[in-house]
Design a protein around this ligand. Structure first.
Ligand code: MG
Length: 261
């Protein structure tokens, strides 16, 4: 099931507050009651046309975005590092999250802002110390993320907080798929239509079960928290005034303009 969050538009008669819905086909949304991560998926009778709404980030985490670094061997190599023997984790603030078609704002502090396409896991329930065999109990679904990174500041600072944390630096979407099972799906990133990253999800060093087990041995995860599972080789700068598109086979396309506003 594909869960979307959207702004219904001034002429819809549905008000102006963000709503959640199930994308039934490629055109029709059935509106659901409340936030499905907390309230479950409760369909109403109301339907709306996908083309008449504005998509929003499908979830805004109430607490955190946890990210995995160097989780594809070819990317670890291009960063000049060795393959880690356990996951490297860092955080992005929830204030960095935006949706598909929103604009990534290029900060004045940086001369190089990179794309990093990643599979994102949306957590569905409070959890701690999750055993490998029980990770499916805590996953709400999957979406696509761009772990936008000010590469020059990452190198200059020697740690990653500033480089990863600017507002708009965590586009996610276009929706959450609650049935997706990570396997051999293709994952790509392109800048102005030119493919820059291309790999498969099974190239990940640490797979989703190991990641959730590891992260929850460190910190409690809350409903709506997101885990970004790392990016493959081919990272590089986006273009101010251009467009970046992240894809994962089966999860759609996450497209954002980049602007120096
Ligand atoms: Mg990353």
């Amino acid at each position: 099931m594909r869960i979307i969050r959207f702004s219904p538009g001034p002429d819809s008669g549905l008000g102006t507050d963000p709503l959640f819905g199930v994308l039934e086909d490629d055109a029709t949304i059935t509106i659901i009651t409340g936030d499905p991560i907390y309230a479950g998926i409760q369909r109403t009778a109301a339907k709306v046309d996908l083309n008449k709404v504005r998509l929003l980030a499908p979830v805004i985490p109430r607490s955190k975005v946890v990210c995995i670094g160097k989780n594809y061997a070819d990317h670890a190599a291009e960063m000049g590092g060795v393959v880690p023997d356990e996951p490297i984790i860092f955080l992005k603030p929830n204030t960095s999250v935006i949706g598909s078609m929103d604009t990534i704002v290029w900060p004045k502090m940086s001369d190089r802002v990179d794309h990093e396409v990643e599979l994102a896991v949306v957590i569905g329930r409070l959890c701690k110390d999750v055993p490998i065999e029980r990770v499916n109990d805590v996953i709400f679904g999957y979406t696509i993320a761009n772990d936008v990174t000010a590469r020059d500041l990452q190198k200059k600072d020697g740690q990653w907080t500033r480089a990863k944390s600017f507002d708009t630096f965590c586009p996610i979407g276009p929706w959450i798929d609650t049935d997706f099972i990570p396997g051999v799906q293709k994952i790509t990133a392109s800048v102005n239509g030119e493919i820059k990253q291309s790999a498969h999800l099974n190239d990940m060093i640490f797979k989703v079960p190991e990641i959730i087990n590891f992260v929850t041995r460190v910190m409690t995860l809350l409903p709506g928290d997101i885990i970004l599972t790392g990016t493959p080789a081919g990272i590089g700068p986006m273009v101010a005034g251009g467009t970046s598109t992240m894809t994962i086979e089966g999860l759609g396309e996450l497209t954002n303009k980049v602007s120096r506003i």
